[in-house]
Design a protein around this ligand. Structure first.
Ligand code: ZN
Length: 524
């Protein structure tokens, strides 16, 4: 305990401790819990740490009992002290509540989500709230800025988690791993002012506005007459211009993007405006609402239309960016609907050469009209196109993954509790047809045997099957929400308890799986 004593009496502790393993050992013995060495952080005469018993995790504060530092009183928890080598050492163990997370963030700035600006970045959504340690390990040292809290409103609804909870879970994971390099928090696929408010209140820094409900996909195939009518009926007030001015601007100023030819005739404009005009008005409305709510606090914006039926043409991308700029929107990322299919949990479907050509042109537009990052949603497992993206986007890229970390959780479960996984698999098979409705997927249920037909090793091999991955990917809401007759959760609590018990295994699965995703984009 010599070192503990030394540190406790020292004034102005170093932010990162030199021998965390030894101190963690001493604190583990003192608290009868297992202290995460990487979490140890000294600040104003308190050593903060994360510790776990078999299932429960606690925030710990260690300090000299005779001179209780001011910060200690702000945390809700129970303190005990014992004499160690002549001084009274106190350890306060605090539950991982929101209040304690807020207090910890107030004192340790590396736990506060940041804006990442135009740095190349990677989004790592976590539907279970336990994936951040594995995400940290996957992204550490890659040169990419991570977004550890990233959840769409749809995911939060399906998993029964609040924006605050999503952020707090990421913060505890960052703290456990001692990740000091900063991270972003992305409130994904926001569709209403209420969505925006909930995520502003929770402290998110990145806001992804999704106006896809206002995108008129029918414009793609509409005849000239129908198109003219759509154009006339756009929400011109919201767009703060008129049909005449809009036409005059685009037809008098043909697109000028180095190295890219964008044909912009009257009919191109009609189609682009008819398809995306209402979506732009909606984006501007939500953006201004967001800017007002945030006031002087920094935030960053992404605009996403990735979940729409038809691809965003180059002319349409150009039109969207010009309009957002004209209306004073400032954004760091745009997610067009790229060509080909970006189905959940499986590789790119389409012609990689065509994607390469198209992506290069989109990247040129993003450089010329921003610069802003191109954002790839449903970015997991798209190995066939990562090379193109890395090559053409340069630093201007953001990749989002989410469900793949949930699938890896099931992968880990399949190795430690095949009976539970069998139950989940059969349940997922039964719910796939309903759950697939809001996702772009094509899995064939007939290719996935019922669990009774599978041996233990075959269960684990299922994670190499595209069909099985998709079925497991999109049924998370049903699986996590399923209840027994007595109202208890059917899978959720067992699943979370197992992942907590085997947290290192889960972290290793994530490090390996997401490490493969990050490798093509590494900066050093
Ligand atoms: Zn998306």
């Amino acid at each position: 305990m010599h070192e503990l004593q030394f540190l406790l009496v020292a004034q102005g502790l170093a932010p990162r401790l030199n021998h965390p393993e030894r101190l963690a050992g001493a604190l583990s013995a003192a608290t009868e819990m297992e202290v995460y060495p990487a979490s140890l952080t000294g600040c104003d005469c308190v050593i903060y740490f994360l510790a776990r018993s078999r299932y429960d995790r606690h925030l710990g504060l260690a300090y000299e009992a005779a001179a209780v530092p001011a910060a200690v009183g702000a945390f809700e928890g129970t303190a005990e002290s014992r004499k160690v080598e002549g001084i009274e050492v106190a350890a306060k163990l605090c539950p991982l509540t929101h209040g304690n997370a807020v207090e910890l963030r107030r004192r340790l700035p590396f736990l506060v989500p940041q804006c990442l600006g135009l740095a190349p970045s990677f989004g790592l959504g976590d539907r279970l709230g336990l994936a951040t340690p594995g995400h940290v390990r996957a992204v550490r040292g890659s040169g990419l800025r991570p977004v550890f809290a990233q959840q769409s409103i749809r995911e939060m609804t399906r998993t029964g988690r609040s924006p605050q909870r999503v952020l707090d879970d990421a913060v505890w994971g960052v703290f456990a791993e001692g990740f000091r390099d900063g991270f972003g928090a992305d409130a994904d696929h926001l569709k209403s002012a209420e969505d925006v408010d909930a995520c502003v209140d929770a402290g998110f820094t990145m806001f992804t506005i999704d106006p896809s409900a206002q995108v008129d996909a029918a414009a793609d195939a509409a005849a000239p007459g129908a198109l003219a009518e759509k154009f006339r009926n756009l929400p011109w007030d919201g767009l703060e211009t008129s049909p005449t001015d809009c036409r005059a601007f685009y037809l008098a100023n043909p697109p000028d993007v180095v190295g890219v030819k964008i044909a912009f005739s009257e009919s191109t404009l009609m189609r682009a405006a008819s398809k995306y005009g209402a979506a732009i008005a909606q984006t501007v409305r939500l953006y201004r609402h967001l800017a007002t709510r945030k006031g002087a606090q920094p935030f960053e914006l992404e605009v996403s239309v990735d979940e729409t039926a038809t691809a965003t043409s180059l002319a349409e991308h150009y039109y969207v960016a010009c309009e957002l700029r004209r209306l004073g929107v400032r954004w760091v990322g745009l997610a067009p609907r790229f060509i080909g299919e970006f189905e959940k949990g499986v590789d790119y479907k389409g012609e990689p050469a065509a994607f390469d050509h198209s992506f290069a042109q989109h990247a040129a537009v993003a450089r010329a009209l921003g610069p802003y990052k191109l954002s790839l949603h449903s970015g997991s497992d798209k190995f066939a196109v990562y090379g193109s993206i890395a090559r053409h986007a340069g630093d201007l890229l953001h990749i989002k993954t989410a469900g793949t970390s949930y699938v890896e959780a099931l992968h880990a479960i399949a190795t430690v509790d095949s009976e539970l996984f069998k139950e989940i698999l059969d349940f997922a098979r039964a719910h796939y047809d309903k759950d697939r409705a809001s996702y772009s997927v094509s899995a064939n249920l007939a290719k996935i045997p019922a669990s009774a037909e599978l041996k233990k090793t075959q269960l684990v091999q299922l994670f190499e099957s595209r069909d099985a991955r998709q079925v497991l990917h999109v049924t998370y809401g049903s699986v996590l929400g399923a209840k027994n007759e007595d109202g208890s959760y059917r899978f959720r609590d067992r699943l979370l308890a197992l992942l907590r018990e085997h947290e290192d295994l889960y972290a290793r699965f994530l490090e390996r799986h997401l490490g493969r995703h990050i490798a093509p984009f590494r900066r050093h």
